[in-house]
Design a protein around this ligand. Structure first.
Ligand code: SF4
Ligand code: SF4
Length: 538
């Protein structure tokens, strides 16, 4: 198996021909491997089942932050009637996306802080479905390939389209060459899912293949006609090819038979195009616009149907749920309601994992809602859900062997554990870590490696934001700034002594004036003057 890795000295990713011993390590150490391998087999069957739409629950909690940028400002108030597709949160900048009502109904509450499934808090709008307000008429564009690009980008942005999945960057900020100043030779649509048990994009690519074809045409038009490739799972290849047989402008290829983490999209891009990606960069840095199948579908629906992004396709699976299903749910549906729509949870399920089993987040609170970032909801129970006790590193080197980008996770996480984030960054760039979670997965000491790395990245990002904010304040017009005491300029010692003398003289009380000076000040004659006068008179 060929692997691609990062070079600590040059700071660039490079290709190496090392043999991966990932499978050997997995066989030996993983306490949850049986559960995972059993359910990986089931994921194949699940990917063949049609996507269902569950009944709308009685309450939806819609977070106002479901994108990479800051939270939206609420655009509704408690008690307002809202229509499906109405804006309920307004984005503040290009890295945020408007949030829309997923159903018609009434705003039951505006929450200042509600947990998201990814360990954060966000303001949220609570909606109780009902008659609601009258929806505005929609007007999609059918001949979008003849439309002006700027107009199409505005529609996509105005309908809240983001890269669905963990990054959740607004599509325009991610791809528009005028915004990110990149040029593209290729458009790569990811129609599979890297993580085991998850089959969201795979199902979307196979069930909606013809729409994906039109969506690809839309993006190609927006990006200046780059070469377009749709990467699909091997088992879906023939079906997708059949549906797209009339579309000559799109190449359909099946994924090479590699296992996680070698099938992570970023590693696949390097494998497919044979180019190196700078550390911390993305596919756009090598001229590839990489986008997931579900995002392509959302962009097409926004333009052709004037439909905002209010739903999410998710994989609901795991041994803790009765009926594993593919669902298309309204954004804001609580994880507990999602589990109920799949027959409920088995006894002993303590938490639900949002995302894949390798990189997902454990949610003990089932009120956390589905967001644009949520690809899967996984219910584990039994041995697979045990949180192991962590122990010190035994320097076995397994994490180093399995890291797909050739980092030294043992070393990095030791720095991160003791909050020496900059040391970690200096020794091997944390940005090179693709957050696959394999290091923690194989670690016999059960160290939470991925968590250490994520916290370090977050802290470094916060520091960078803080420094940028301080620089911005310093660069403002001096008249706008609050006057502050100016630092004393450097002066040679002799000059300082002279200054001190002058200051002391000024500060000292005035010396008593002589009788002559006093009389002169009062306008009277001095004794010497009166003596002189007397002499003249005599
Ligand atoms: S999560 Fe661990 S194994 Fe995966 S890329 Fe990062 S350091 Fe390497
Ligand atoms: S961190 Fe874990 S896997 Fe890595 S060397 Fe230490 S004990 Fe081994």
């Amino acid at each position: 198996m060929t692997r691609y890795g990062g070079c600590a000295k040059s700071g660039r990713l490079h290709k190496s021909d090392q043999k991966s011993d990932a499978q050997a390590v997995l066989r030996e150490y993983s306490p949850v491997k049986k559960t995972l391998y059993r359910t990986i087999g089931k994921a194949g069957k699940l990917a063949q089942t049609p996507i269902k739409e569950p009944e709308t629950p009685q309450r939806l909690i819609v977070p106002l932050r479901q994108h990479s940028g800051p939270a939206c400002a609420p655009a509704v108030q408690k008690g307002d009637a809202v229509a499906k597709g109405q804006v309920i949160g307004t984005a503040g900048n290009a890295y945020a996306a408007d949030v829309f009502a997923p159903v018609s109904g009434t705003v039951a509450d505006i929450l200042e802080k509600h947990p998201t499934p990814f360990g954060e808090y966000s303001p949220a709008v609570v909606i109780e479905p009902g008659a609601g307000a009258e929806a505005a008429p929609t007007q999609g564009i059918k001949d979008f390939l003849l439309e002006d690009r700027e107009k199409l980008w505005k529609i996509i942005t105005g309908r809240g389209v983001v890269e669905t999945g963990p990054s959740a960057r607004p599509l325009r900020a991610l791809l528009d060459p005028l915004m990110n100043l990149k040029t593209y030779d290729s458009l790569l649509i990811i129609g599979y899912d890297a993580e085991p048990m998850v089959c969201t994009n795979r199902r979307v690519a196979s069930q909606f293949a013809d729409q994906i074809g039109w969506g690809a045409a839309l993006l190609r038009h927006l990006l200046g006609n780059p070469h377009t490739t749709l990467l699909v799972h091997q088992d879906d290849y023939k079906g997708v090819l059949r549906k797209l047989k009339d579309m000559n402008s799109i190449d359909v290829i099946d994924t090479p038979p590699v296992l996680y983490p070698d099938n992570l999209p970023l590693l696949m891009v390097k494998r497919h195009y044979g180019k190196e990606i700078p550390v911390g960069g993305d596919a756009a840095d090598i001229g590839v616009a990489m986008v997931r199948a579900e995002t392509v579908l959302a962009a097409l629906e926004a333009v052709s149907q004037d439909k905002p992004l209010t739903e999410k396709v998710i994989t609901v699976t795991g041994p803790g749920v009765y009926w594993p299903r593919m669902l298309r749910v309204p954004l804001g549906m609580r994880l507990g309601d999602v589990a109920e729509a799949c027959g409920g949870l088995r006894v002993g399920v303590e938490f639900l994992v949002a995302g894949g089993p390798m990189t997902g987040w454990a949610n003990y609170d089932r009120n956390a809602p589905v967001t644009r970032e949520t690809d899967a909801v996984i219910a584990l129970h039994g041995a697979a859900s045990d949180i192991p006790d962590e122990s010190p590193c035994i320097n076995c080197g397994d994490c180093v062997s399995i890291c797909p980008v050739n980092l030294q996770p043992n070393l990095l996480t030791r720095y991160c554990e003791f909050k020496l984030y900059e040391n970690a960054q200096n020794i091997q760039s944390l940005d090179a870590c693709v957050e696959c979670g394999m290091c923690g997965y194989v670690c016999p000491a059960r160290r939470p490696m991925l968590q250490f790395i994520r916290i370090a990245k977050l802290e470094l990002k916060r520091q960078a934001e803080l420094e940028a904010a301080l620089c911005e304040i310093a660069a403002r017009d001096p008249e706008e700034q609050t006057p502050e005491a100016e630092p004393a300029a450097f002066k040679p010692e002799a000059e300082q002594t002279a200054d001190k003398t002058v200051a002391a003289a000024e500060a000292a009380p005035a010396q008593e004036a002589s009788p002559e000076e006093k009389s002169a000040e009062a306008g009277a004659e001095t004794p010497a003057q009166s003596e002189e006068k007397k002499t003249e008179q005599s």
